[in-house]
Design a protein around this ligand. Structure first.
Ligand code: CA
Length: 247
């Protein structure tokens, strides 16, 4: 049977690369960081003001933030403090950048909850190594090659999905959607968040697109009386049922 879906560029973009937000107002340094992070295969966004960073962090929380200390708008220190005060961003890895290298400043940075602290000028390979180390530590599920929930098994390397041993054939978008859900069971995502994270851009796509793809995912996953692993949360969005496979 032919797949009736139009070929969309978004299917080839962002194979769930970890997302990194760079908050840096020094444009030459920001360019260097974005360039190097993209070469490492990360999906990178850059903003140059603290207040913009806060908006971005609320809209689409990234997997890691590289945060300059001194910023127009809101300071990096304050952003970090606020991230730590919010349930959904409490564990987000933060690397602080600063021109100041005094021990007391370092302590202040770490005391508001930065995971790491890098003094300018720094070596790019060293910063990259820290980014990788933090991601591995903070999100082991992002580097695990397999995700399992109940009788559903998703293999990132072969990009194959099985349920109860049978092969499930998914389109690229449905695969990423399932992968994203399985990474954060129980968490409710709005359609806008899913568009942003799974489709990979602040898309001008209609939010109903999400419903269509969730529908396809369900259809592929569920046979006869099998349990639906995806919960529709009325007025909010969707989540992967955290009790799936446990009852
Ligand atoms: Ca600065």
């Amino acid at each position: 049977m032919n797949d009736p879906r139009p070929a969309t560029m978004r299917d080839t973009i962002n194979e769930r690369a970890p997302r990194i937000l760079v908050v840096e107002d020094e444009s030459s340094l920001a360019l260097l960081l974005v360039y190097n992070l993209e070469s490492e295969g990360f999906f990178v966004e850059h903003v140059d003001r603290g207040d913009e960073a806060e908006l971005r962090l609320a809209e689409a929380p990234p997997d890691l933030v590289i945060l300059d200390w001194m910023l127009p708008g809101v300071s990096g220190l304050e952003i970090c403090r606020r991230l730590r005060a919010r349930d959904d961003t409490r564990d987000m890895p933060v690397i602080m950048l600063t021109a100041r290298g005094e021990e007391s400043e370092r302590v202040r940075g770490l005391s508001v909850g930065a995971d790491d602290y890098v003094v300018k000028p720094f070596s790019t390979p060293e910063l990259m190594a820290r980014v990788h180390a933090l991601l591995r530590r903070a999100r082991p599920e992002r580097v695990a090659s397999r995700l399992t929930a109940g009788d559903i098994d998703l293999d990132r390397e072969t990009r194959r999905v099985k349920r109860g041993g049978r092969e499930i054939h998914l389109g690229p978008t449905e695969f990423r959607l399932l992968e994203y859900f399985m990474e954060k069971p129980g968490r409710v995502f709005t359609r806008a968040q899913l568009l942003d994270s799974v489709w990979g851009m602040s898309a001008e796509i209609d939010e109903r697109t999400v419903d269509v793809h969730v529908g396809r995912l369900r259809k592929a996953l569920i046979r006869s009386r099998e349990k639906d692993p995806i919960r529709t949360v009325r007025g909010a969005g969707y989540s992967f049922d955290e009790t799936f496979g446990r009852n």
